[in-house]
Design a protein around this ligand. Structure first.
Ligand code: GJV
Length: 430
């Protein structure tokens, strides 16, 4: 099974490399004890280190499952698969904190949840995981009367959070804990675990894993998670402006024919997801649907390899350029029968700093009203870099008379140096 790319030094590579007994692989990096980045016949990908044996003649490695390979496989694990230094380093700056705080729809959604639940929050113990500047903790202390709020933050911004808590007169209620939630000791269990953990396409960054671990350790039996539920939404869409800007451009710049660059443009621009896309409602070719839904009380870390299905009925004729995705999260009320509040980051709601994520097809396809676009979406975590994932969408188009060929495309992004820098890409499986 071929999948995606991620090392700029190789031209065409997959996340996992297929190989057979006896093959000689060139190992580029021993990325972790279990997974190495290797090359075979010009293709690069991850291979399980336990399947490889060092060739005595040179630095090539070959498969030798019958032999003991335990020696020499666990050196060089210096690279952190969670990239915490870069990750928490970037959250220690005001740039990202400002981006989140000035996202009105996001911050106001959390404020409304606390306000709507101010009565039942009275006397409760709350954990705010990834509190940043402490805004959610301060909303709790100001708008409700919780017994205690544990504001947990791993980045250095936590040093300032303490000051902000004091300056806002909340130090009796809010205690800041600086450190990774996974490693901290809290005074006791909590009634409510609140966190804003969502990344692009819901899961990128995989902060959700920290939240699930904290839930299992610190949430009391019968406690509440906020958000309580999450869903990933998808829609087939037009993206004519983006297509024209990145692909149409090469047709006649300054009266010259640059079309020879179009296939390069396709692989450079359309094989990674486009974050920060703002989808116009009129560019939706069908009614969006939830392809994946998560229940935050029962979800397990091992469930984070996800698969969803979709069937869209095309509502109006148009050009199918790609799929756009976003997420919604729900906040169940602490009181029975009270409304569940929702933060929706989709094209029909107030834009948020997440915007939407666009997955471009290799080329546009004309669709007629009444046709269907159906298929599956797979979210597959990178086996080494735990904050990253590959998105695979397989789809087919059918009209009432005929069923089209099934197409498939894989989009990957990988952050290696510096947070939010995208280095990676694709492979197309026909
Ligand atoms: N422990 C403590 N703080 C964390 C952790 C963790 N395991 N993970 C992330 N944070 N919605 N994708 C902090 C991080 O430093 C930042 O201030 C905040 O949580 C991220 C919130 C927004 N990111 C997101």
């Amino acid at each position: 099974m071929c999948m995606s790319v991620s090392d700029p030094s190789c031209s065409l590579q997959y996340v996992y490399l297929s190989f057979r007994a006896g093959d000689r692989l060139l190992v580029h990096t021993k990325t972790s004890a279990d997974w190495w980045w290797a090359e075979l016949g010009g293709l690069c990908g991850y291979v399980p280190s336990s399947y490889l044996k060092q060739d005595v003649e040179d630095s090539y490695l070959k498969q030798g499952v019958e032999e003991d390979t335990s020696e020499d496989t666990s050196e060089d694990t210096s690279e952190d698969p969670w990239q915490d230094e870069e990750y928490f380093g970037s959250y220690g700056t005001l740039r990202l904190q400002l981006e989140m705080l000035s996202d009105r729809a996001r911050t106001e959604a959390y404020r409304q949840v606390i306000l709507a639940n101010s009565a039942p929050l009275r006397g409760k113990v709350v954990m705010d995981l990834g509190c940043g500047t402490g805004v959610i903790s301060l909303f709790c202390a100001r708008l409700a009367q919780p017994k205690a709020v544990y504001a947990v933050e791993a980045s250095s911004i936590a040093e300032h959070t303490e000051t902000l808590v004091r300056q806002n007169g909340c130090e009796e209620v809010v205690t800041v804990f600086q450190g990774r939630a996974e490693e901290l000791e809290l005074p006791g269990r909590v009634d409510i675990l609140i966190s804003e953990w969502m990344g692009n396409c819901l899961l990128f960054e995989f902060m959700v894993e920290s939240v699930l671990q904290a839930r299992d350790r610190w949430l009391r039996e019968g406690g509440m998670m906020w958000p309580s539920g999450a869903s990933l939404c998808l829609v087939p869409c037009q993206a004519l402006d983006y297509y024209t800007e990145r692909m149409g451009f090469w047709e006649q710049p300054y009266g010259l024919d640059f079309t020879a660059l179009q296939s390069l443009a396709q692989s450079e621009f359309f094989s990674r997801p486009r974050f920060s896309h703002l989808l116009q409602p009129e560019d939706c070719l069908a009614t969006p649907c939830d392809v994946i839904t998560l229940d935050m009380l029962t979800l397990h870390v091992t469930d984070l390899e996800l698969r969803g299905q979709f069937t869209f009925i095309v509502e109006k004729a148009g050009t199918f350029h790609g799929f756009t995705s976003w997420f919604r999260v729900q906040f169940q009320s602490l009181e029975r029968d009270k409304t569940t509040l929702e933060l929706d980051t989709g094209p029909y709601s107030e834009p948020t700093h997440w915007k939407q994520t666009l997955f471009m097809l290799d080329g546009p396809i004309s669709l007629l009203g009444g046709e269907t676009v159906s298929g599956i979406i797979l979210l597959h975590r990178n086996p080494v870099w735990r904050r990253h994932m590959t998105v695979t969408i397989q789809w087919s188009i059918s009209s009432t008379e005929e069923t089209g060929n099934c197409k498939s495309k894989v989009w990957t992004h990988l952050l290696i140096q510096g947070f939010f820098i995208i280095l990676t890409i694709f492979y197309i499986v026909e």
